[in-house]
Design a binder for this molecule. Structure first.
Ligand code: F6P
Length: 536
């Protein structure tokens, strides 16, 4: 029997086993299904993974050769086989290391760029780099996907650590995005950072041109207030950006893994090079843990195995990421790209079709807001949605400690309620206490039943510091890697997205009234309708 079939049979044999029964049978479960790395606690006890399921899952990882794939990644082997590239975002956060790609140590260049970024960030922060109107007050990062989501998510997450200029993020080609962002900014004191690995992405190049036009009205040399973050250094020169303000990186840094290097410049300017280095240290600490800890105590491995259990084994098609931290508001969107662009693939590395599902839909919102929106479905809907809670023991507002206690209470209460549910008897007792009797009691009680047995995991940490954010991001990156290895796919290409980029260019002429062969009748009709509604 294949490892997958063993797991599926095991799950089938569990039948309608309840998570609470696992706790009744094993009084050490609360600690036995919990792991820790450098102050970060991962609790997966509120799932149906028991000792035997865990052993089967660990065997899956072992048989996928996880340990050697992991070493291959860290040591610069070209594991991104469809693009012939190494995968070395980890090198960006372990600056003292040495890694060889194509016979050369890449680290001297990584360190040099990091130093140039730090010098530039310091100059922007202390005013020695200024705009035409004086010290930089606002930084606008223009990028999309991996050139936006990471720094945008992190800049919000680390707001309490901001002591530099304000940072803004523009990504969407919708003119509303750049319009609303630039509205109210002073072009004479604004720095624009064009973040694009390829420097060809249509959204980013369109927004960059619009920003330059906006600045040109007020600033005599707009190019002097632009910086670029890109692997395509020659293209940044064509755009007119001085090489002194171009920060390059190699093709072995994937877009969605790139916030640790130059793509993190806006974050570095906001929190300062020292804060940014703390973020790198958190990522590096998670790398060391991932590389050294036994699989059964390894946070990224365990997180990946719970993901595999819920999606590929139990068949739950989505997972909800529920940070009980308002500043992690953009984390679900960040994880959508990280997880779904990496592992949303139906073909294995060897070209065969996947034997199991390719990976779940990832979605979510911070608690407690989500509780008043979609949690209804999570508690009482027919679909099971595994929940991934995140919680800091401490907030950053000592004067508002009572808010934080309530926040924590809500988070813990949700996972408890999801697991325990409420039986018909309990619901009836509640209704009886309210004075209901007879048929009305029965009818009302049924609506108040929660089946429970809904799985969740909880990630706990002390406080959302730069170091902890680095741990979290690296934890999820490695989770994606482990899941990808187990599925046998390449987590580091994104051919599905490339298609979208090509197709938009083929549709654009239709909207300008030009003929373009090869489109289906519906697309032609919709394009014609857009033109009609515009009065063209
Ligand atoms: O969305 C597809 C993608 O290729 C991402 O992987 C990448 O992060 C994004 O586009 C932006 O690409 P670039 O940095 O080259 O502009």
């Amino acid at each position: 029997m294949s490892d997958w079939n063993k797991l599926k049979s095991y799950r089938a044999a569990q039948g309608d086993l309840r998570i609470t029964e696992l706790f009744d049978a094993d009084h050490t479960r609360a600690t036995g299904f919990c792991a820790e790395a450098e102050g970060m606690v991962f609790d997966y006890s509120k799932t149906l993974i028991d000792t035997e399921a865990r052993d089967l899952l660990l065997a899956l990882a072992d048989n996928a050769d996880l340990a050697s794939r992991r070493e291959a990644m860290f040591t610069g082997e070209k594991i991104n086989e469809t693009e012939g590239r190494a995968v070395l975002h980890t090198a960006l956060r372990n600056l003292s290391g040495s890694v060889t790609v194509d016979g050369a140590d890449v680290m001297p260049e990584v360190r040099a760029i990091h130093e140039r970024m730090s010098d530039f960030a310091r100059a922007v922060r202390n005013g020695s780099f200024a705009g035409q109107g004086g010290a930089i007050t606002d930084v606008v990062n223009i990028g999309i996907g991996g050139s936006d989501l990471g720094p945008a998510m992190a800049a919000l997450a680390l707001a309490p650590y901001h002591d530099g200029p304000r940072v803004h993020f523009v990504s969407n080609v919708d003119g509303a995005d750049i319009h609303d962002t630039l509205d109210g900014l002073n072009p004479e004191t604004t720095l624009v950072i064009v973040a694009s690995k390829t420097f060809t992405t249509i959204e980013t190049m369109t927004n960059a041109q619009t920003a330059r036009d906006w600045m040109a009205g007020k600033v005599s040399d707009p190019g002097a207030q632009f910086a670029a973050l890109s692997s395509a250094v020659e293209k940044t020169a064509e755009f007119g950006i001085d090489p002194a303000r171009v920060f390059g990186f190699e093709d072995w840094v994937g877009g969605r893994y790139s916030m640790w290097g130059p793509i993190g410049l806006s974050l570095m300017i906001a929190v300062g090079p020292e804060g940014f280095d703390q973020f790198l240290s958190g990522g590096a600490a998670m790398d060391t843990h991932f590389r050294r800890a036994p699989l059964a105590e390894n946070l990224p491995v365990l997180l990946a195995l719970t993901g595999i259990w819920h999606n590929q084994v139990c068949g739950y098609p989505t997972r909800a990421v529920l940070p009980y931290d308002n500043r992690l508001m953009r984390l679900p969107a960040y994880l959508q790209q990280l997880e779904m662009e990496s592992n949303g693939k139906g073909v294995a590395m060897d070209g065969s079709d996947l034997e199991v599902a390719s990976g779940p839909v990832v979605w979510g919102e911070p608690g407690t807001n989500g509780q008043h929106a979609f949690y209804q479905l999570i508690h009482q809907g027919t679909a099971v949605v595994p929940c991934e809670f995140m919680l800091a023991a401490r907030g950053h507002e000592p004067d508002l400690a009572h808010h934080h206690i309530l926040l924590c209470a809500n988070c813990l209460a949700q996972s408890e309620a999801l697991m325990r549910g409420r039986s018909l008897d309990e619901a009836r007792a509640l209704m009886q206490a309210k004075g209901l009797t007879g048929a009305e009691l029965d009818r009302q009680a049924r609506h108040r039943v929660f089946k429970g047995n809904r799985p969740s995991i909880t990630l706990l940490f002390n406080q959302l510091t730069p170091f902890v954010l680095g741990q979290i991001v690296a934890l999820y990156e490695h989770r994606v890697f482990v899941e990808g290895v187990i599925l046998g796919i390449n987590s580091f290409d994104q051919w599905g997205v490339e298609l979208g980029k090509e197709l938009a260019l083929k549709v654009e002429p239709l909207l300008k009234g030009q003929d373009m062969p090869g489109h289906d009748a519906s697309t032609l009709h919709l394009a014609a309708e857009v033109r009609r509604l515009r009065g063209e």
